[in-house]
Design a protein around this ligand. Structure first.
Ligand SMILES: CC(=O)N[C@H]1[C@@H](OP(=O)(O)OP(=O)(O)OC[C@H]2O[C@@H](n3ccc(=O)[nH]c3=O)[C@H](O)[C@@H]2O)O[C@H](CO)[C@@H](O)[C@@H]1O[C@H](C)C(=O)N[C@@H](C)C(=O)N[C@H](CCC(=O)O)C(=O)O
Ligand SMILES: Nc1ncnc2c1ncn2[C@@H]1O[C@H](COP(=O)(O)OP(=O)(O)OP(=O)(O)O)[C@@H](O)[C@H]1O
Ligand SMILES: N[C@H](CCC[C@H](N)C(=O)O)C(=O)O
Ligand SMILES: [Mg+2]
Length: 485
């Protein structure tokens, strides 16, 4: 809770006409965090209705309530109360008042796959071009001074605005952030002053939360509503549903920076694979520019161009943005080459959804003169429908696919594996993730490539409500060290 006070009129303009001058000590949306004098915003959530916790917030000292529902009849008369149409929006706007500073230039990227990579690459481009830059998303907050891990891709509005305020205070002028579909749907970014947005692609994910794919796409395209009039939008023209994303941007009057093979602003003309790098020919402003991208994979080239597009949207010269790509460093746990054993290569990747698994296996296939081996699983308490789909992809695209556990959370790990294994008799099963990885490393021989997919940068395995320390990279390295005798 912050030391200073705010008036309710400042925090929630128009919501408390009679009590606008009343001051509160802070804003909370979780009753358990309510301190004396706070305003509690009751949110209708996926698991619970926040209105049920109004009494709890008051018992802990809250003196004002904002809710989507009418005033509870038994609420103490001394407590001020406002009913608003969209409590999540009200919360986000209030969070931006409580934590007022933001980096001057903030860009956001949405899409099913590649957001973390694009946010990181955009930060790197901004840094190369001389700006104090940060990125914020699944891998946490990253600046030139280091990184701080956070558990959500798009944090809740109070944490998000506290971070933006702190970054601005530290002198960060440029920020690239991820906009998850949950974050957009739940209005977590509505108080962020964005300069530009980007759309990558759309595949199957989060259908446990979004009722349909259309609803999922609509949530992503809310990003355009958050941009000021005339702010540019970067579209990966090669991504699924790019036409819909661009039609929605045009309808809202946003100019488009199209990138990719079908892009009109940064046009990818040719890609030549050179070991673990690739040589890109890109046309920008009528000129052909050659970029040596020190990263593997067609989709990483696409991500890099979206990042360059965001830098252009933020006012950088296209050629300068493209030239900065030659110094890009890969993101932890995204096609990360961890080690080699007996002429075989081990890679760790964050693919935990069908499109990503398909893309990563297709990307690694040309590197596998021998066998392509895949160890993967599916998270518990997440979209069940993707399990057999991922099982089929692994069976089709890998020579050997081992199904293992990946954050079973509150589900029965064996039951999750069974849903994946049902896709194909070709799949094998080793439940314990460390054992599965060790077994796969032991199979490596000349020309083989092993990809351990699903956890990427994660440092824990979530079993029940406990998170046990676990790192795919550490297990791979330890297995290699043990077997490389
Ligand atoms: C499904 C989902 O998105 N849930 C998020 C949502 O919680 P919710 O509002 O649905 O919470 P709820 O449990 O139903 O409770 C409703 C309200 O009652 C309040 N409450 C609850 C208990 C109590 O005693 N008192 C009280 O006041 C809660 O604080 C909440 O405000 O809003 C919370 C605050 O913003 C989030 O922390 C929470 O994320 C949960 C932990 C989560 O796991 N989210 C994941 C699925 C997520 O958001 N993932 C995306 C995408 C990831 C990606 O693909 O990259 C992300 O951005 O990370
Ligand atoms: N443009 C892309 N198209 C398809 N797959 C991709 C793309 N970019 C990355 N991937 C795959 O998706 C995985 C996750 O990449 P990244 O973390 O950059 O995406 P994300 O959108 O942030 O994912 P999440 O929503 O899970 O945080 C990568 O490890 C890779 O397997
Ligand atoms: N942000 C994603 C990450 C999933 C990572 C994967 N390891 C899993 O647990 O399914 C989610 O929370 O759905
Ligand atoms: Mg991410």
């Amino acid at each position: 809770m912050n030391a200073r006070n705010w008036s309710l009129g400042q925090l929630f303009p128009g919501a408390f006409p009679a009590d606008a001058d009343r001051s509160v000590t802070g804003v909370v949306f979780d009753s358990r965090k309510a301190a004396p004098g706070a305003v509690f915003v009751a949110l209708a959530g996926a698991k619970a209705d926040g209105a049920r916790f109004i009494a709890d917030a008051v018992a802990r000292g809250a003196t004002a309530i904002v809710s989507g529902q009418p005033r509870p009849q038994d609420l103490d008369g001394a407590i001020v109360f406002a009913q608003v149409g969209d409590p999540r929006l009200a919360l986000s706007l209030a969070a931006a008042v409580v934590h007022p500073r933001q980096p001057a230039t903030i860009v956001a990227v949405t899409g099913t796959s590649g957001k973390s990579s694009v946010a990181d690459f955009t930060r790197q481009i901004f840094q190369v071009l001389g700006h104090e830059a940060a990125s914020l998303g699944t891998v946490g907050i990253v600046t030139s001074k280091g990184s701080k891990y956070g558990s959500l891709t798009t944090p809740d509005p109070l944490s998000l605005h506290a971070s933006l305020d702190k970054l601005a205070g530290e002198g960060i002028t440029h920020l690239a952030m991820e906009a998850s579909s949950h974050g957009l749907d739940q209005r977590r970014l509505d108080g962020v002053r964005l300069a530009a947005g980007a759309y990558l692609n759309l595949g199957r994910d989060h259908l446990d939360y979004h009722p349909t794919v259309e609803d999922y796409l609509d949530a992503k395209l809310r990003l355009w509503d958050l941009l000021p009039a005339g702010a540019p939008v970067v579209i990966n023209r090669d991504g699924a549903f790019a036409d819909k994303a661009s039609a929605a941007a045009v309808a809202k009057g946003h100019p488009i920076i199209g990138v990719g093979c079908a892009g009109e602003t940064l046009t990818l003309l040719e890609v030549l694979r050179e070991g673990f790098s690739q040589r890109l020919q890109v046309r920008a402003q009528g000129r052909e520019i050659e970029v040596v991208l020190p990263l593997v994979g067609d989709f990483m080239a696409g991500n890099a161009l979206v990042a360059a597009g965001l830098a252009v949207a933020a006012g950088e010269a296209p050629e300068a943005a493209l030239n900065a790509l030659s110094g890009l460093v890969g993101v932890p746990g995204r096609l990360e080459r961890v080690g080699s054993l007996k002429g075989g290569l081990a890679v760790v990747d964050f693919a935990h959804k069908p499109d990503a698994l398909e893309a990563v296996l297709a990307t690694l296939r040309p590197y596998a003169a021998g066998r392509l081996i895949c160890v993967f699983g599916c998270g518990g308490d997440r979209d069940r429908g993707k399990r057999p789909v991922m099982g089929q992809i692994a069976a089709d695209l890998a020579d050997l696919a081992i199904v293992t556990d990946d954050n079973p959370r509150t589900e029965d790990p064996g039951a999750i594996r069974a849903e994946i294994l049902a896709a194909s008799p070709k799949l094998t099963e080793i439940g314990d993730r460390a054992k599965a990885i060790r077994h796969a490393v032991g199979l490596l021989g000349t020309g083989d490539v092993l990809v351990v997919a699903g956890k990427g940068h994660e440092t824990g395995q979530i079993i029940g409500d406990r998170t046990l320390p676990f790192s795919d990279q550490d297990v791979v390295r330890a297995a290699i060290a043990e077997m490389d005798q």
